[in-house]
Design a protein around this ligand. Structure first.
Ligand code: FBP
Ligand code: MN
Length: 649
């Protein structure tokens, strides 16, 4: 009965034997194609240019295709230029326009070459899938070019199309679209293993790019979850987000990108810290603001003002949630203004800054009236920012705490474990969970906090769970014992800044631990792998991204400019195609120079596992779905044949 109903519904889409059979043939053709290339990135930290370059170059995949096709026909320099064109067509076109004596001829030759590359990256897909990835306006022409020269008598037709493109003066647009199509085809699916936000200038641009990408998923990082909490209106999250981004001078993103009104904070800070240079709050100057340059002095004052509000608000959250077990992070009541010291966990530290005009020593966690008003305005800015809310909703709809995909387990930080290597029971809001069940519980609560706070277990203010996930010691997204933000700004002695990672990070050096985690998530421990982000791999100190005897890969190598000194490289990406799994080790991204030139450094690719046989779509997760669809369609055809369901046109 149920099946008949279902088949009737299906018959709306495939109303007769012919249509249903055509789809069966199509699906079976797809199943036999090679598995598409999956591309994994993590810890993007607002570095939009480096990120877009990584996606467009597909971590060296484009370059190796060009070499494969043109090695015998074009000198290396020419191949470099063709690659640069695909990475950033607008910029390369500008350079060519200046340098080529016959620009039209260059366009003509370039279109031929791009079509060859495009053909090569589209061989893994059905024609219909390729068509879907083509830009709307030039889809028809590209489709023709991709297939026109198969027969020699079509060569004339092929040349005519290219000549017309050049003569109609649409060659540049066409080249841009074709280049973009090539990058899109080179990567079938993107996985972002957390931390899109903070430190770098433009996570907002990264989100815009990803929202247009054909297939992307996220595993939330601690820096994403704190923005998700801020977008929920949680003050502990809001203050953290603003503090961090002012500390990296990201005013363009905050005020222009997301429309967060920082004027009240500026006015407040300038007044409260009028004679305080706020020396230890000077922002890092990695990127300049184009639209919203804020005077460095004022930025330092704003940074200190929001940091103090953060410590007050956080103290309130700690007191409301005894189960967070964060009493040791109650800091402000431990300040001894007379002595200029602070006592943290039985240690006394000297403060390098003792000017706290807004802290009432008898009630140090209470916001002043002005601070309270200021927080109300900031909350409104976060709740009302259409762009931010749109980006956060996308993070929700395409993201999760973890993901199992094609035999890989993806998560940003860790799975809480005891020193003995058992999954650790964690109690939050009166509910105790461990392992996969804990991740599922958190996933659920994070969604409720934003979409349906009344249905959540949350005992404090909505979004506290996101704040806990940002810095709590049992947070799978954080994985450290504490976040020493206060110490980093107020105490010179670096010993006080120490943050220790949880046992997980040692345990995963053992293969058995990794296998145990994979099993917990329902994956086959013999064939599956874990992909982790979050902890920068310090190559220069001899660290390796490969752990657990090759069962786990940590791919945070520091795309973040702020961390490149520590890691010695510019990040890892991971590639899983039909033939192998590989780590790509990147060199720092060099931005375009004033004269318009730009150097690209190909990453070093290390194959970490070769597939015993070439993988097909059939063996991938999607393959399972497609096979079920084929079965359903076969049942539908049977129902038509037996007369159970009537065919229509
Ligand atoms: O180097 P910054 O930007 O001051 O940030 C330091 C803070 O960032 C953290 O490392 C968290 O960020 P990550 O998730 O990128 O590691 C904290 O543990 C630390 O207190
Ligand atoms: Mn992180």
């Amino acid at each position: 009965m149920f099946e008949e109903k279902y088949l009737k519904l299906l018959s709306r889409e495939y109303p007769n034997i012919e249509k249903a059979s055509a789809e069966i043939i199509n699906l079976r053709a797809i199943l036999s194609l090679p598995k598409g290339t999956e591309y994994f990135l993590s810890d993007l930290h607002g570095e939009h240019e480096a990120f877009i370059h990584m996606v467009k170059s597909a971590s060296g995949v484009i370059r190796s295709k060009i070499d494969e096709i043109f090695e015998k026909r074009l000198p290396e320099k020419e191949r470099d230029k063709l690659a640069s064109l695909i990475y950033n067509a607008e910029a390369e076109l500008e350079r060519r326009q200046r340098e080529e004596s016959d620009f039209n001829e260059w366009c003509r030759v370039t279109i031929y070459r791009l079509i060859e590359v495009c053909k090569s990256v589209s061989t893994k897909y059905t024609r219909s899938k390729v068509r879907k990835r083509l830009p709307k306006d030039s889809a028809y022409i590209i489709d023709e070019l991709l297939h026109a020269d198969d027969e020699s008598n079509k060569t004339h037709y092929y040349n005519e199309i290219i000549n017309s493109i050049v003569e109609c003066q649409v060659a540049e647009q066409f080249i841009i679209e074709l280049s973009d199509t090539i990058s899109r085809l080179a990567v079938d699916r993107l996985h972002i293993i957390g931390d899109i936000f903070d430190r770098g200038a433009h996570p907002d641009y990264i989100m815009e790019y990803l929202m247009k990408f054909h297939d992307v998923d996220f595993q939330w990082g601690n820096h994403d979850i704190v923005w998700m909490g801020a977008a929920t209106g949680n003050w502990a999250c809001i203050t953290n987000v603003i503090r961090m981004n002012i500390s990296y001078n990201n005013f363009d993103m905050l005020e222009i990108g997301y429309g967060i009104n920082l004027r009240p904070l500026a006015v407040f800070a300038a007044k409260v810290y009028v004679d305080d240079p706020c020396t230890y709050f000077a922002p890092h100057m990695l990127d300049r603001n184009t639209f919203d340059p804020v005077d460095e002095q004022l930025a330092s004052k704003m940074h200190k003002a929001i940091a103090i509000i953060q410590h007050k608000v956080e103290g309130q959250r700690i007191m409301s949630h005894p189960e967070y077990k964060m009493d040791h992070r109650l800091i402000l009541d431990k300040i001894d203004s007379q002595k200029g010291t602070i006592r943290i966990k039985d240690m006394e530290w000297e403060l390098r800054d003792t000017n706290f005009p807004t802290i009432d020593p008898t009630d140090p966690y209470k916001l002043t009236e002005e601070e309270n008003l200021l927080m109300n305005t900031l909350e409104a800015s976060f709740l009302e920012s259409e762009k931010l809310q749109e980006h956060i909703k996308f993070l929700y709809s395409h993201g999760a705490m973890y993901k199992c995909v094609n035999g890989n387990l993806l998560y940003h930080g860790c799975i809480p474990m005891t020193e003995e290597g058992e999954f650790e029971d964690v109690t939050l809001n009166g509910s105790t969970h461990k392992g996969k069940a804990f991740m599922d519980y958190l996933d659920d609560e994070v969604r409720k906090a934003y979409f349906n706070p009344l249905a959540s277990d949350e005992t404090g203010i909505s979004g506290d769970i996101m704040w806990y996930l940002w810095l709590g010691s049992k947070s799978p997204l954080f994985g450290k014992d504490q976040m020493t933000t206060f110490e980093r700004s107020f105490i010179a002695d670096k010993k006080s800044h120490k943050e220790y990672t949880v046992p997980y990070y040692k345990l995963v050096n053992n293969r058995e631990t990794c296998e145990k985690i994979l099993k917990e998530f329902g994956l086959n421990p013999d064939t599956s792998h874990i992909l982790n982000g979050h902890v920068p791999v310090k190559i220069k100190d001899g660290e390796s991204p490969v752990r657990g005897g090759g069962k786990l890969f940590i791919i945070d190598g520091g795309i973040s400019k702020a961390y490149q000194k520590q890691t010695g490289i510019a990040g890892y990406t991971f590639i899983f195609n039909s033939r192998f799994m590989a780590l790509a080790e990147h060199k720092p991204y060099s931005p375009m120079k004033e004269d318009g030139s730009q150097e690209f450094h190909a990453p070093t690719i290390k194959i970490v596992e070769n597939m015993p046989v070439r993988l097909t779509v059939k063996t991938s997760d999607i393959g399972e779905d497609l096979q079920l669809q084929v079965e359903d369609l076969k049942n539908l055809v049977r129902a038509y044949r037996s007369g159970l369901i009537k065919e229509s046109k």
